[in-house]
Design a protein around this ligand. Structure first.
Ligand SMILES: Cc1cc2nc3c(=O)[nH]c(=O)nc-3n(C[C@H](O)[C@H](O)[C@H](O)COP(=O)(O)OP(=O)(O)OC[C@H]3O[C@@H](n4cnc5c(N)ncnc54)[C@H](O)[C@@H]3O)c2cc1C
Ligand SMILES: NC(=O)c1ccc[n+]([C@@H]2O[C@H](COP(=O)([O-])OP(=O)(O)OC[C@H]3O[C@@H](n4cnc5c(N)ncnc54)[C@H](O)[C@@H]3O)[C@@H](O)[C@H]2O)c1
Length: 452
C-alpha cells in the first residue's frame, strides 16, 4: 500500500542531503528524509564534529609542549572521561535540534532502512512511499578487515565514544582517520602504534609534509610500522595480539581498524531502480544524475575523484537544491576544495597538488615559504611551519600545501586567493591584521603573484 506521495525523497540525513531537503521544502516542495540511524549523519555524530571536539585539548597540549624549555614548565594532562562527557553533552543535542527544524518546516522523517522498489517508490519497514525525484545520500561506512579476529576490531565510531582511554591503542592503516586519532590518543596519554601495509602515510597529500608529520609523531613517541599487513587479531589474557604477515606481533589493549571507508550501495535495491554503481560508489553525470533520470546522488556515496568531505557533500546538496527547484540547469562545477588532516602538527592542501605541479615545471612555478623559520615570532614556536605554493604561467595561485598547526586557517585563506583568482592589487584592497600568519604569508606571496 502506498503510504504517501512526495516531490522529493532523500535517502540519508547527512550533509549530502539535509541542506537540499531544507531548501526545497522552503521552496514549497513536499519532502521526506529516510534515515536508519542518527539524524544528521556521520560528520555531526561520528565524524568531524565529534573528532574536533576531542582534538581541542590535545591541540592545546601539543602547543604547550612546543614551549617546553622556552617558557612553559610543568605538566598538564587530559582527563579523558571528563572530555568524553563534554563531547556527549555538546554533540548529542545537535541531531535533536536538526530533527526539530525538519519537523517545524514540515519535512517528514521516515525512520528505517530505505530500499528502492522501482525508480519512483521506496520501501521502508514494509511501507511504500512515492516520489517524483529521489536523492541518494547514503554515505560510507568503515571497511572491516576480513581476518581471523575481526570481531575484536573497533571502528572510528567506537573510538569516538570510548568511555575510558585504553593504555595502549593500535591503529591499522596510516590514513587520515588513523593519524588524526593517533595524534589525539597520544596527547591524551595512550601508548600508540600505527601499522600500515604501504610504505608511507596519508597518500595523496604532499609527501614532504606527510613525511614530516610522521617524523614529528615518531619523535613524540608514536610507533609506526610500514610495509606490514595485519593478518590476525587474537585475544590473549585480557589483551589483544595483532599479528602481521611478516610475523610482527604487538600486544595491545585496543585495536582500531581504519583501513578505509566504503560506499553504502548494498541493500538499497539500486537494481530495481536501474541505478548503476560500482565499488567506488554510485555513478553520476555532471548534473549528479544517476543512470536513472529522476534519481540523483550526493556526498560520500558518489563515485568521485574530489575528496569525500563535508564541504563537498554540502556543495553538492546545495547544487541539487538549485537543480530540483529549477534555479539552474547548468552542470556542477566544483571550486577548489581544501583538505585538512587534523594531526598534530596539521597538514592541508588545495587545488593543483604540489606533486603534480613539480612534474610540469614549464606549466607551474613552485615556491616554498618557510614562515616558521623566517617569522618564528608569528608561530607558536613552530620552526618547521611551512607553505608550498604553485603558480600557473599567468602567475595566478593555483595550488598550495601547508605544514603546521595553523594549516586549517591558512589553507582557507589560500583557497580564497585561488578561487577568486586574486592578484596583488586585489589583496591590497584590504589591510590585514598583524601579527598573524596570514599577513606573513602575504609578504612572501606578493613577489610571485600576478601584480594586477
Ligand atoms: C572519523 C571521521 C572524521 C571525519 N572528519 C572530517 C573532517 O574533519 N572534515 C571533513 O570535511 N570531513 C570529515 N569526515 C568525512 C565526512 O564525515 C563525510 O564526508 C560526510 O559526513 C559525508 O556526508 P554524507 O551525507 O555524504 O554521508 P553521511 O554523513 O555518512 O550520511 C549518510 C546517512 O545515510 C544513512 N543511510 C545509509 N543508508 C541508508 C538507507 N538505506 N536507508 C536509510 N538511511 C541510510 C546513514 O545512516 C547516514 O546517516 C570525517 C569522517 C569520519 C568517519
Ligand atoms: N580531516 C578530514 O577531512 C577527514 C578525517 C577523517 C576521515 N575523513 C574521510 O574518511 C576517509 C579516510 O578514511 P580512512 O583514514 O579510514 O581511509 P584512508 O583510505 O585514508 O586510509 C586507509 C589506510 O589504510 C591502509 N590499509 C588498508 N588495508 C590495510 C591493511 N590490511 N593493513 C594495514 N594497512 C592497511 C591503506 O594503505 C591506507 O593508508 C577520507 O577519504 C575522508 O573522506 C576525512
Amino acid at each position: 500500500m502506498m503510504e504517501k506521495k512526495y516531490d522529493i525523497i532523500f535517502i540519508g540525513s547527512g550533509h549530502a542531503n539535509w541542506h537540499a531537503a531544507v531548501a526545497l521544502r522552503q521552496a514549497g516542495k513536499t519532502v521526506a528524509i529516510i534515515e536508519e540511524d542518527t539524524i544528521a549523519g556521520t560528520c555531526t555524530n561520528y565524524g568531524c564534529n565529534a573528532k574536533i571536539l576531542l582534538d581541542g585539548p590535545a591541540d592545546v597540549l601539543h602547543q604547550v609542549k612546543a614551549y617546553k624549555g622556552v617558557g612553559i614548565k610543568g605538566n598538564v594532562k587530559i582527563d579523558w572521561a571528563e572530555l568524553m562527557a563534554y563531547k556527549q553533552k555538546t554533540i548529542t543535542p545537535i541531531h535533536h535540534e536538526l530533527e526539530k527544524m525538519f519537523n517545524a518546516l514540515g519535512i517528514d522523517i521516515i525512520d528505517g532502512h530505505g530500499e528502492f522498489v522501482n525508480k519512483h517508490v521506496m520501501k521502508v519497514n514494509e511501507k511504500e512511499y512515492y516520489a517524483e525525484n529521489i536523492v541518494i545520500g547514503t554515505g560510507q561506512r568503515p571497511a572491516v578487515l576480513n581476518i581471523p579476529g575481526k570481531e575484536y576490531l573497533n571502528t572510528s565510531r567506537d573510538f569516538l565514544d570510548l568511555p575510558a582511554l585504553p593504555e595502549h591503542i593500535t591503529f591499522i592503516g596510516a590514513g587520515i582517520v588513523s593519524l588524526e586519532f593517533a595524534a589525539l590518543a597520544h596527547q591524551a596519554g595512550a601508548k600508540v602504534d600505527v601499522i600500515e601495509f604501504a610504505d608511507s602515510a596519508l597518500r595523496g597529500f604532499y609527501d614532504k609534509y606527510t613525511e614530516r608529520v610522521v617524523e614529528s609523531m615518531k619523535e613524540q613517541g608514536i610507533k609506526f610500522y610500514f610495509n606490514e599487513a595485519v593478518s590476525e587479531v587474537a585475544r590473549v589474557s585480557g589483551d589483544y595480539e595483532v599479528t602481521t604477515k611478516t610475523g610482527l606481533r604487538i600486544v595491545t589493549n585496543y585495536v582500531v581498524d581504519a583501513t578505509g571507508r566504503i560506499p553504502n550501495v548494498e541493500k538499497l535495491g539500486l537494481e530495481n531502480a536501474g541505478v548503476a554503481y560500482n565499488r567506488r560508489g554510485i555513478e553520476v553525470n555532471d548534473h549528479l544524475q544517476t543512470t536513472q533520470a529522476n534519481i540523483f546522488a550526493a556526498g560520500d556515496v558518489i563515485d568521485k575523484a574530489i575528496p569525500r568531505l563535508t564541504p563537498t557533500a554540502t556543495f553538492e546538496s546545495n547544487y541539487i537544491a538549485k537543480l530540483l527547484s529549477g534555479k539552474t540547469k547548468a552542470a556542477i562545477v566544483y571550486p577548489p576544495v581544501a583538505s585538512v588532516v587534523f594531526t598534530l602538527p596539521r597538514i592541508a592542501q588545495v587545488g593543483v597538488t604540489i606533486q603534480d605541479a613539480k612534474k610540469e615545471p614549464g606549466k607551474y612555478t613552485v615556491k616554498t615559504i618557510p614562515h616558521g623559520q623566517r617569522l618564528l615570532f608569528q608561530t607558536k614556536n613552530e620552526e618547521q611551519a611551512e607553505v608550498t605554493v604553485a603558480f600557473d604561467s599567468d602567475r595566478y595561485l593555483v595550488g598550495a600545501a601547508v605544514y603546521g598547526d595553523e594549516a586549517p586557517e591558512l589553507i582557507n585563506f589560500l583557497t580564497m586567493i585561488i578561487a577568486q583568482k586574486m592578484t596583488v592589487a586585489d589583496l591590497e584592497q584590504a589591510v590585514f591584521a598583524f601579527p598573524s600568519q596570514t599577513i606573513g604569508m602575504l609578504n612572501f606571496l606578493e613577489g610571485s603573484l600576478k601584480a594586477g
